[in-house]
Design a protein around this ligand. Structure first.
Ligand code: OVV
Length: 407
C-alpha cells in the first residue's frame, strides 16, 4: 500500500477533477476565500494529489459526509492520518475519534455535563466577567482583542466552569492550537506546534485528574458518571481532556472573529445594538461567515458513492466547513455579513452525532460578551492591522488591535 501523511494514497476516482493545490499553504490558511470559491466551482469533490485525498467545499456533500457516521467514520481519525494504519500522536479522544456504539456511551455523559440545564447556572458569572473586561477595555481605549479580551475572558470563565484548580492561559490556548494543528500534514507548522507537547501535555493531563477538579464543576459531573459505573475513571479523565482540547481555542477564535466582523461592518454592529434580540443571530452569522473550525476529515469505511462519485474504503475526505458555509447553492449572498440572516443549518459547529457537544456553553460565553458590547460600546474601530494565524483546522486571529468607544 502506498501511504501519504499516514493514510492510504487513493487513486483519482472517475469524474473527479485533479487539483494541484496545497490547502495547507500559509497564504491559503490566512486568506482562504479564493481557494474555497475554486474548490466549489470544480465540482462536488476534487482530488488533491499532494495528499491523495478528496476534498469537498460544497454544502450538500459536506453535510452528507458529516452526518453519515456509518459510511464516514471518525474512529479512523478526523485529520489526514488514518488511525487504522498509523498510531496517533496521543491516545484518541473517547468521544470525537470513536464511532457508535461506544461513542453513544461517552457522548451521553459529556452531553449531560454540558446540557442547557447545567450551563444555565453559569450565565450570571459569565456576564459579570464579560462586563468587567469590556469596562476595562473601554477605560483603556485601544487594546489587543485576542489577548486582552478573547483569551483573557475564555481562559478565566471556561476553566472555572470545568473546575480546574490551576489555570494557565498560554498552555490552554496552545494545547487547543496543537490538537487542531495535529489534524493536518506533518509540515513545519505541525512540527513547531508539536514541539510544545513535552511542556503542555503533562500539564493538561494533570489538570484532568479528579483530585485536581472542584467538586461542583463540569469536570465533577463527568467523574460522577464514573462513580455511577456509566464510564470508567480513565474515560472520565479523557472526557475532561476533550473539554480542554476543544473548549478554549474555538471559543477564543469565535469571540475574536465576532469583534472582527463588527469592526469590519459597523452598520451591522448598529443593527445589533438597536435590537437585543439580534445578539444571538449576530453570533450565528459570525459562525457561518468566519467558521472558526475551517475543516475536519472523515474516512470512508466502505466502498460507497456520493453525488455520483465513487469513493473507496480508506479514502480521506477533507470537508471544508468554512467553504460550505459560503456555498452559493445554499446561502443567498453568502459573502455578505448580515446579522439579521439567522443562518440555520450552518456547519460551523458540525452536525449529527459528532456536532459540537459544547455548543451551549460556547454560545453562553459569547452571548455574555455580546451583551456587554451591545450595552456599553458605541463604536468598534480597527487600531491597526488584523492578522490571521495559520492553523491546520482553525482560522483564528493572531492580533486584532481595536479601539472601543463608549456608548
Ligand atoms: C480537536 C478536537 C475537537 C473536538 C473534540 C476533541 C478534539 C476531543 O479531544 O475530544
Amino acid at each position: 500500500m502506498n501511504m501519504i501523511e499516514g493514510h492510504m494514497a487513493i487513486e483519482v476516482p472517475e469524474n473527479v477533477p485533479v487539483w494541484d493545490v496545497d490547502p495547507y499553504d500559509h497564504n491559503i490558511l490566512r486568506d482562504p476565500y479564493d481557494y474555497y470559491s475554486e474548490l466549489r466551482a470544480k465540482g462536488p469533490f476534487v482530488y488533491i494529489p499532494k495528499y491523495a485525498i478528496l476534498a469537498t467545499g460544497r454544502y450538500l456533500e459536506a453535510k452528507e459526509v458529516f452526518t453519515d457516521w456509518e459510511r464516514f467514520v471518525s474512529s479512523r481519525g478526523v485529520g489526514l492520518q488514518d488511525f487504522k494504519l498509523e498510531e496517533p500522536w496521543r491516545p484518541p479522544s473517547v468521544v470525537l475519534e470513536v464511532d457508535p456504539p461506544y461513542h453513544t456511551k461517552t457522548r451521553t455523559v459529556i452531553a449531560r455535563a454540558l446540557s442547557p440545564k447545567a450551563i444555565r447556572a453559569l450565565k450570571e458569572g459569565f456576564q459579570i466577567a464579560a462586563d468587567k473586561l469590556v469596562d476595562d477595555l473601554l477605560a483603556k481605549g485601544t487594546s489587543e482583542i485576542v489577548v486582552d479580551l478573547a483569551e483573557a475572558y475564555t481562559t478565566t470563565v471556561f476553566p472555572a466552569a470545568v473546575g480546574l484548580s490551576e489555570t494557565d492561559s498560554r498552555r490552554l490556548v496552545d494545547y487547543g492550537a496543537m490538537v487542531f494543528n495535529a489534524l493536518g500534514p506533518d509540515n513545519e507548522l505541525r512540527q513547531s506546534a508539536m514541539a510544545q507537547a513535552p511542556d503542555i501535555v503533562p500539564w493538561i493531563m494533570e489538570r484532568c485528574k479528579r483530585e485536581n477538579l472542584s467538586t461542583d464543576g463540569i469536570g465533577a459531573t463527568i467523574y460522577a458518571a464514573a462513580d455511577d459505573g456509566e464510564i470508567t475513571e480513565e474515560e472520565a479523565g479523557m472526557l475532561v481532556r476533550s473539554l480542554l482540547s476543544a473548549g478554549v481555542d474555538t471559543t477564543v477564535t469565535g469571540i475574536g472573529s465576532l469583534i472582527w466582523c463588527l469592526a469590519t461592518w459597523p452598520e451591522q454592529f448598529e443593527i445589533m445594538k438597536a435590537d437585543p434580540k439580534l445578539v444571538r443571530p449576530a453570533f450565528e452569522e459570525t459562525l457561518r461567515f468566519t467558521s472558526p473550525v475551517h475543516s475536519f476529515f472523515r474516512t470512508a469505511n466502505v466502498d460507497t458513492e456520493v453525488s455520483g462519485i465513487k469513493i473507496v474504503d480508506g479514502t480521506k475526505i477533507m470537508c471544508s466547513l468554512a467553504s460550505a458555509n459560503r456555498d452559493e447553492r445554499q446561502w443567498p449572498q453568502p459573502d455578505k455579513f448580515d446579522v439579521t440572516r439567522m443562518p440555520a443549518g450552518h456547519l460551523a459547529m458540525g452536525l449529527g452525532i459528532h456536532g459540537c457537544v459544547g455548543q451551549v456553553i460556547a454560545r453562553a460565553e459569547v452571548e455574555a460578551v455580546s451583551n456587554a458590547l451591545a450595552d456599553k460600546v458605541g463604536s468598534i474601530e480597527f487600531a491597526g492591522e488584523a492578522v490571521w494565524r495559520p492553523n491546520h483546522s482553525i482560522r483564528a486571529l493572531d492580533r486584532l488591535p481595536v479601539s472601543f468607544g463608549k456608548k
